[in-house]
Design a protein around this ligand. Sequence first.
Ligand code: AMP
Length: 284
Amino acid sequence: MVSENPSNEGNPKRQWSLEDFEIGKPLGKGKFGRVYVAREIKSKYIVALKVIFKEQIEKYRIQHQLRREMEIQTSLKHPNVLRLYGWFHDAERVFLILEYAHNGELYKELKKKGHLSERQAATYILSLTKALAYCHEKSVIHRDIKPENLLLDHEGRLKIADFGWSVQSRSKRHTMCGTLDYLAPEMVENKAHDYAVDNWTLGVLCYEFLYGVPPFEAESQADTFKRIVKVDLSFPSTPSVSVEAKHLISQLLVKDSSKRLSLQKIVQHPWIIKNANPDGIYKK
Ligand code: AMP
């Protein structure tokens, strides 16, 4: 483990280029680019390098979204938010220097296991709650939290990644975005929304961690839409889930956004107190 990291801290004018890195194995492929493990040559610090082709950026007109994502993510420094250390570009590509999440996507872990234990689920929900409280304090609403956007580091600590859809705002927002299953009723109905959309998503995730499927899953998008709007929530008999966990989920999946459990209250919820590891580390 090398103590130094490749951030611009103390050296705000640091200009990175591809020559500063040794590129390793590919980690994955997203909609807009590929991600590789890389080592910053001088510090030997391991990072994830995300490569996005400028052609793609122009084709999908995501210049503004990408810049916003980069600016927001650079400003966020929290143990449960994936760090963006910096970025650079050449003629064809933009490179994002990201914190490396050694254990990859939480989604893969969930698919492999089917569903998570209450201890593991509660640890992740607590980490997410703390990360969101920090983001909300900085006026950032993530709006696109889903298992694919949650990564795990070498210690099993959860990291929120992908701020592509997040917004920095103090006012109610009106734009429609994100994947339907995780969206709050006010978002699918295209109504004004605020920070409480992330609290709803915590309820959806808590359910999915424990049952292996999101609560409003349906054959079609239209049916998911209907189930979200009605808050058509039911708890299957298997797997067996504690009454306290169901209580927390029911307090978050509430149609009236002002009545959803606050982030402060989630941290103090008996299910969290009983099951979560306060340092956010979950080791198998
Ligand atoms: P993305 O383009 O952000 O969707 O990334 C594509 C895939 O690369 C993800 O699904 C992850 O499996 C992997 N990946 C992205 N960022 C990282 C990271 N910082 N550390 C480890 N793996 C990553």
